[in-house]
Design a protein around this ligand. Sequence first.
Ligand code: IVH
Length: 678
Amino acid sequence: MPKKTPHQSISAISARHAELKTQIRHHDHLYHSKDKPEITDFEYDKLFAELLKLEAENQGLDRWDSPSQRVGGDAISVFKKVQHRKPMLSLGNSYSPEDILDFNDRVKKFLRFEKESTQKIEYFVELKLDGLSMELVYEKGALIRALTRGDGVVGEDVTHNIKTIKSIPLKLKTQKPPALLEVRGEVLIYKEDFVTMNEKNEEQGLPLFANPRNAAAGTVRQLDPKIAASRPLKFIAYALGEYEGISFTSQKNISEKFKDLGIPVLPDDLICLTKEVDDVVSYYHQIEKKRPKLEFDIDGIVVKVNSLALQEDLGLVARSPRWATAAKFKPTQAETVIEEIQVQVGRTGALTPVAIMAPIKVGGVTITSATLHNQDEIDRKDVRVGDSVVIQRAGDVIPEVVEVVLSKRLANSKPFKLPANCPSCGTKAVKEEEDAVLRCPNPFCKAVMVESLKHFVARRAMNVEKVGERLVDAFVTEGLVETFSDLYKLKKSQLKNLERQGEKSVENILKSLEASKKTTLARFIYALGIRFVGEQTAKLIADHFGTIDAFLDARQEELETIPEIGPKVSESILNWLKQKRSQKEVRELVKLGIEFEKPKRSSTGSLSGNSFLVTGTLPVKRDEAQAFIEQNGGKLLSGVSSKLSYLVVGDDPGSKVDKAESLGVAMISWEELQALAK
Ligand code: IVH
């Protein structure tokens, strides 16, 4: 970062200032509007800090169009733009916990507290959630709108998607709702859900999300609410917008009242209320240690003056409140050396380069490998064997190579190129159109076979409890198994010869294979590992065809009548069905005793997992509405209880509404129900 020196001319400073403005605007656009950041928050904050420093030190700079004057992010045009009643601000931040002490001094000074006085400010300290900020507008207790932050002044109306988040009440839990309440908070995807979501995308050949924040932001900006409904979005509230007919005294009081109204907030054990600024610093360190174990991503802590009266006195400066600050955690990065780049062959034949690194601890977890995705990614970062690299855990979870430390590059290193042939079977690899991935096209490739077998026995597929990945490797290496059906032909004597398999474990393996034969058609179709047929698609296929024979005879026109199956998926299924070997293998498995349970009522509809009760007069007949709920996978309950997910309310409803209100059960109209089921 160029420092200001007496020799630096004003024109050089202006040039750097202009350059920073352009760069920051570019990164704002990538982050806020495209959900595809190219630099880390840390790097962004460094650019921003340099901009602010230049502006503070140089009067003559042209700052009317500077990002310092506004909050980043353009409201993208497809959504209705709505002005926030109160602007959604941003927080001043730093990466050093010592700055919390300066913040405390600034607050005291502004409030004209004596510097050395014993008078203390009470702070409410909580987590800085790393998701997408959102404003929920409740009028007379009903959620009428949800807005993204946008540029801080004007946000995007994403109500249709936010209403699908189950933890957000559509009605506030109170008998006397305030005329207006604007709740601000963060939309998140929990780490575990994020991993599952990406696993599913991978199975279906869909692009992967870089981290939970991008996944949440990408989901909220979908036009079709069905997509949001199918994704595990969560919401946690932390601030107020405008309000009327309700009063608050402090941050703590906001959190308590939100909780009473049924709005999710952070649990008490993650919050710190203190008058000692040193406690705030130790809270920072404590949370930094806890960070890897939290269910969701955070990027620091937020320190707020607890009293709203004092907040009012403190007011704003430029884009941030004077009463709050954020202390961010430095990214969990570390440096290590790439010892080898392995090319792994996946179940779909994809050749994936994986960096094998000298073991290194990052954020409490030892990392030994990181995927390099594909050749384009390797070229972009120019990663080579022997390179020293900076690695980090993206979104706190997945290890990734951030950059090469070029100053440490070995003199004789060469750019890395993926091999032209499959490293397992030697077949020439192919690159499909629109696909950055190189694939081994040989369906009999041993590596593809091993991965397919691992998928077949997996928990969500055939669920062969006692056969894990290692055992599959051993079966194939010993030449015991080549196809799925070979698994069910394994003999006691063969298994006993395997290393470390005693009498008891051999018995257990055979028992669990036997038990796996009782399955469902959906699991079985999923287990076959047909490209683009993930769990969800397999369920739809099973529901549609009902029997394995009907599936084996499937025609293109019929496949494409199934929702979510387009030409790409149907082509892949038909190619698979066309192969004699596939048909033979399925028949062999059935002969060996694979049995299918009768399918239960649709559990795949968009309302599945939710229960409903209808009350009042709807625009359609009552039994039509109920049939609609069941057809879409919803369950009907006969009374209002805390187990009820939604009460569907028509005209002139009875006492059920009061009961639902008192239990905090969400209430929706017929139109909202239809949107939910779309
Ligand atoms: S308070 C004046 N509390 O951080 C800002 N913000 O840079 C009032 N954020 O856009 C917001 N966790 O999206 C607040 N516990 C928390 C937060 C939080 C995350 C985000 C928020 C805001 C950004 C500010």
